[in-house]
Design a protein around this ligand. Structure first.
Ligand code: ADP
Ligand code: MG
Length: 279
């Protein structure tokens, strides 16, 4: 599905390589969290999935990237956007038109989709995301959470198989963040969309991702099931990451008590463990 094969990259203005011989595969339907300290190359990795690298962002690039069987070097950024939906950290940077309907239609128009089909898909994504009420609004008047939902709608309207979200929860208030989580879970489980989520909030990833890839110094440091990687408190701290709250808490309990507690990966599991301890 996503196959990054021996990729090396160096920004034109930089004197060092960000990645050297990086290889990575992501299968269809996976929900993958990408983590790593600031500046380790998470966003750069995203640019390689949608063609921004090597087409718009210049540098020294070698290796092969193919997404859904399409080799990046053979496609344009427009073509890749029908395969990979990319959501940026700051919604305001991604809004391109003055109102909600034109914003959602914009990507579809670029793909040359017929007028009737555009109208059909527009209504359908508004319904899927529960944002019919935003249909006649100006994009400038939307809250950050609303903007993000409109961007997600415009991406989903292009029907990409893969969604790449680059730290996009950081601008959201808690209700919007929870709403986004519910939507993404649904898209992943019910429509088998592949989700690649770059995220520094490990509590959020613990809840959402099936697999975690930890990147640092241009390399994959760890790659495995969420429950394994996000409970490895030493690994996370060694890589300047803040472990999920529940993981830190149970590590403290383990350290301070005589209980040999297992480290939970959800609040329901935590409640169960605490229940047993208190018996
Ligand atoms: N357009 C660019 N030109 C030169 N260097 C860049 C560019 N974008 C990012 N970098 C550098 O590449 C490194 C990785 O950046 P980035 O991929 O944004 O990391 P992350 O998303 O993990 O914080 C950083 O050192 C950053 O300064
Ligand atoms: Mg980044």
């Amino acid at each position: 599905m996503i196959d990054i094969h021996k990729v090396s990259f160096q920004y034109l203005s930089s004197s060092t390589k960000i990645f050297e011989n990086l290889s990575l595969q992501i299968e269809k339907g996976e929900f993958v969290g990408i983590i790593g300290p600031t500046g380790c190359g998470k966003s750069t990795l995203c640019y390689m999935l949608n063609g921004l690298i090597p087409y718009s962002i210049k540098g020294y690039f070698s290796g092969d990237v193919s997404v859904s069987g399409k080799k990046l070097v053979n496609e344009t950024v427009e073509e890749m956007s029908s395969v990979v939906g990319y959501m940026l950290q700051e919604p305001s940077f991604q809004i391109a038109t003055p109102n909600v309907t034109s914003e959602i239609a914009f990507g579809m128009e670029n793909l040359g989709i017929a007028r009737e089909e555009i109208v059909k898909r527009l209504d359908s994504v508004l319904e899927t995301l529960g944002i019919d009420y935003l249909k006649n609004r100006a994009t400038a008047d939307l809250s950050e959470g609303e903007k993000q939902r409109v961007i997600l709608a415009s991406i989903l309207a292009m029907d990409p198989q893969i969604l790449v979200l680059d730290e996009c929860s950081s601008m959201l208030d808690l209700p919007s963040k929870l709403e986004l989580a519910t939507t993404l879970k649904q898209l992943n489980k019910e429509e088998q969309k592949t989700v690649v989520m770059i995220e520094h909030d490990l509590d959020y990833l613990l809840e959402l991702a099936d697999r975690i890839i930890l990147i640092n110094n241009g390399q994959i440091i760890a790659d495995g099931p969420t429950a394994k990687i996000l409970t490895d408190i030493d690994l996370l701290r060694d890589n300047d990451l803040v472990p999920p709250t529940i993981v830190s808490l149970f590590h403290e309990i383990k350290k301070e008590s005589n209980f040999d507690v297992e480290i939970p990966t959800s609040y329901s599991q935590a409640t169960e463990i605490l229940g047993k301890m208190l018996k």
